[in-house]
Design a protein around this ligand. Structure first.
Ligand code: HSE
Length: 401
């Protein structure tokens, strides 16, 4: 039998306990032994719940108990999760976490610590919730050199943009509705400003290219400026507006960003709607591949955490090699990254637009008083320099077709 402890009995932590209970027999077969939850760490008590006799309030009870071999961290946030996880690894306990902030910030260091102790630090649930993406990158796509990862990595914003598209509603209206339904947090900043997707693409990029990507280096733009008028133009273009996290390797340099983009129907991410996540990965020998599923939620996320617990149980005493060193990956300067841009200005600036951008592709969605167009491919820097000539820019969105 393997004894585990769960740090944080919130949505995901309680989901982990539920999944271990629901599928206890099949999980025991796959882990080659039963998995037993010995302690649950939380500030609260849970009378009447399945864990009421397991709750402890002091991390040292868990860290000092040699019977605990695996620790599940589902608290979220960097502190004190970092200190607790480090303490567990230092005492020879493998850790499975769903915490993207922790993994993005300290992943390389915690992986090195786990390796030095011949144990494991696993984090499948930190990106894409229940979608297997960390293990495929780490273990299945090893024959390939990764050329691109582009993902719809945040369920909340994908839900909001999908609703804006289908209902013709504005951002604030749909956000309120999403909050009422529990699909968006009361404080939605991390999702709608793209910070959550930024942590996730930082993790995927670090794994794909084997070096530490600091999320602070990734250009990040949220969805708060997207309007229902933008959605009208997207329809006209047979496109959808999606917020993606993307990283690409070109000429030995890796670039990365998070931003809303117009995605055409031929792109596999076009059909990823509502709270679903989709992650497109391009390998130099494999070509295109897509990972799709539920990127958030109690049981999908717990499914990924429990799969890590099974893996950790199967590898007691052996470190599963992960290619993510503490050396920093210097990203390409975002100013030099090229896109085509969809631009909306006042109708009176039609000529000014032609003067600034030369030949453009006009887009007409019958919006009174407005002129919209798509530029040719140009760097961020070039776009900004040319756009200075336009005083009435209503919005601009990068185009991915
Ligand atoms: N707020 C996140 C999302 C939760 O909407 O995708 C999962 O990381």
């Amino acid at each position: 039998m393997i004894n585990i402890s769960v740090l944080g009995y919130g949505t995901v932590g309680s989901g982990v306990v539920e999944v271990l209970d629901t599928n206890s027999e099949s999980i025991a077969k796959k882990a080659r032994q039963p998995i037993h939850v010995k302690y649950v760490l939380d500030k609260r008590e849970f009378p009447g719940s399945p864990v009421e006799d397991k709750v402890v309030h002091d991390i040292n009870v868990i860290l000092d108990d040699p019977e605990v071999q695996i620790v599940v961290e589902t608290m979220g946030g960097v502190h004190p999760a970092y200190e607790f996880v480090k303490g567990a690894l230092e005492r020879g306990k493998s850790v499975c976490t769903s915490n993207k902030e922790l993994v993005a910030k300290h992943g390389a260091e915690l992986l090195a610590l786990a390796k030095s102790k011949s144990i494991n630090f696993l984090f499948e649930a930190s990106v894409g919730g229940g979608i297997p993406i960390i293990r495929p990158l780490n273990q299945s796509l090893t024959a390939d050199e990764i050329e691109e990862i582009t993902g719809i990595l945040n369920g909340t914003t994908n839900y909001i943009l999908s609703k804006m598209d289908t209902e013709g509603a504005d951002f604030a209206e749909v956000l309120r509705e999403a909050q009422d339904k529990g699909y968006a947090e009361r404080n939605p900043e991390a999702d709608v400003e793209g910070y959550d997707a930024c942590r996730k693409i930082a993790i995927l990029t670090s794994l794909a290219f084997g070096k530490q990507v600091d999320y602070e280096d990734i250009y990040t733009e949220g969805i708060t400026k997207i309007t229902k008028t933008d959605m009208l133009y997207a329809k006209e273009l047979d496109a959808k507006i999606k917020i993606v996290g993307s990283s690409k390797r070109e000429d030995e340099k890796v670039s990365a960003f998070v931003a809303p983009v117009m995605i055409g129907r031929e792109n596999p991410l076009y059909s990823v709607n509502d709270v679903f996540n989709g992650i497109y990965v391009k390998g130099n020998v494999l070509g295109d591949t897509m990972f799709y599923g539920k990127g958030a939620g109690k049981l999908p996320t717990a499914s990924a955490v429990v799969a890590d617990v099974v893996d950790a149980a199967k590898h007691i005493g052996t470190n599963i090699m992960t290619n993510w060193s503490t050396h920093k990956l210097e990203l390409a300067d975002f100013e030099e990254v090229s896109h085509r841009f969809f631009v909306r200005v006042d109708e009176v600036e039609k000529e000014a637009a032609a003067e600034a951008f030369g030949q453009v592709e006009e887009v007409n969605a019958n919006v009174a008083g407005e002129y919209a167009f798509i530029t040719k491919l140009m760097t961020e820097k070039e776009f900004k320099e040319k756009a200075v000539a336009l005083s009435s820019m209503r919005n601009r969105i990068r185009v991915a077709f």
